[in-house]
Design a protein. Structure first.
Length: 383
């Protein structure tokens, strides 16, 4: 199967619009010149709307994990306690990063289950410099209650560090209203740019927390980013072609409008969930409270009895569609379909059509069409 004929329906990276690819082929420019500064400012202006923030915004040449480490490394010292919330792979990653810089007080629950807000508050009552949360845990397809946890962080005086890597640009994230001190996003997810850049919003309170940290990271020093950002620059050499691509991708975001973009993502995910139900597939997340929700950018389903999720992934790849399997101990137990970025109704319908064929060939379903019909009924609201 030719790569150009393969449809990416995984939770990032996502398909990149041709105009973004063309933008990346532009000649190099002076990354300390006026043209780059204008591009940087343009990106930050659009990102302020995406983040819904008046805080400082920075763009780092590095993936979302780089931004996660910058958030922790700049605000946390050896004796500082960080409450880390883990109900999936990326919550685990935040815990691992925090353990490199401070003392971790983790709340670890079964992956894919909802957090108990009372248990979170108990952790914060023990004292914490910061609390970390993955807003949209793509490893298990659950969206965690950022707004409610932000209120708890404020109540107990903890910095609120939010991984919005797979919601910013595709779902509602109210950075300022929710009291998020540092929010991060990756370029290759809902914003639909190539991988390799991460963007951050950083509050005044977060910068104040850096003042007594005498061992800031070097490359990921956010104080250095602020000093350069005031001059519309980056402190170190930026990945210029990726900036070209990011700017074009952000223009697409602006042209569509965030309300319409959020609605498209939510409707696409709802269509996949409806198709799963029609095909007799069980969603993986266990929603135990009123605040957690199914993800609006990726759908995680349990592998049918007697069939490995990895086999479903392999069969779909053979049919020209890339989906994701389970991570760590969930390998083979679940499979995941992304619906983020510039994904359109036709992409979702094609994916469900091919999934039905795969499931029929595997003996999971006996007839074709129920999944496509269910998804189409939901997607009709977008047309």
């Amino acid at each position: 199967m030719d790569l150009e004929d393969t449809l990416l329906m995984m939770p990032g990276p996502v398909p990149v619009a041709p105009r973004v690819l063309r933008a990346m082929s532009k000649p190099m420019i002076n990354h300390r010149g006026a043209e780059f500064s204008a591009m940087y400012d343009d990106c930050c202006e659009i990102l302020a709307d995406v983040f819904q923030t008046k805080n400082d915004i920075f763009i780092i040449s590095g993936s979302g994990t780089a931004a996660m480490e910058a958030a922790i490394g700049c605000t946390v010292k050896n004796d500082d306690v960080v409450v880390t919330l883990e109900n999936g792979k990326f919550g685990e990653r935040f815990k691992d990063i925090a353990a490199r810089y401070g003392k971790v007080n983790p709340l670890e629950i079964e992956w894919g289950h909802s957090f108990d807000l009372g248990e979170i508050e108990k952790k914060l009552e023990e004292g914490a410099k910061a609390i970390t949360l993955v807003h949209n845990e793509t490893s298990v397809g659950i969206q965690n209650p950022a707004e409610q946890i932000g209120k708890l962080a404020k109540k107990h005086g903890a910095l609120f560090i939010l991984d919005g890597v797979t919601t910013l640009g595709g779902d509602t994230v109210k950075t300022d209203e929710w009291g998020v001190d540092i929010a991060v996003v990756g370029s290759q997810k809902c914003i639909a740019a190539p991988p390799g850049l991460s963007m951050m919003s950083v509050s005044k309170r977060a910068f104040e927390a850096m003042d007594d940290n005498d061992k800031l990271p070097y490359y990921l020093d956010l104080k250095a980013y602020k000093k350069s950002g005031d001059k519309s620059q980056t402190p170190y050499t930026p990945a210029v072609p990726l900036f070209f691509g990011l700017q074009e991708a952000l223009h697409i975001v602006k042209e569509e409008g965030m309300d319409a973009r959020i609605n498209r993502h939510a409707t696409g995910a709802a269509a996949i969930r409806a198709a799963a139900k029609a095909m007799g597939l069980e969603l993986f997340p266990q929603l135990n409270d009123e605040y957690s929700h199914y993800s609006n950018t990726v759908t995680a389903m349990k592998a049918p009895e007697g069939v490995s999720g990895n086999d479903i992934k392999k069969d779909m790849m053979a049919r020209g569609i890339t989906i994701a399997g389970g991570q760590s101990h969930l390998s083979g137990k679940i499979f995941r379909i992304g619906s983020m970025g510039n994904v359109q109704p036709k992409d979702i319908l094609l994916t469900i059509q091919e999934l039905e064929i795969v499931l029929k060939n595997r003996g999971v379903i006996s007839e074709l069409g129920a999944g496509v019909e269910a998804a189409s009924n939901v997607l009709d609201t977008l047309i």
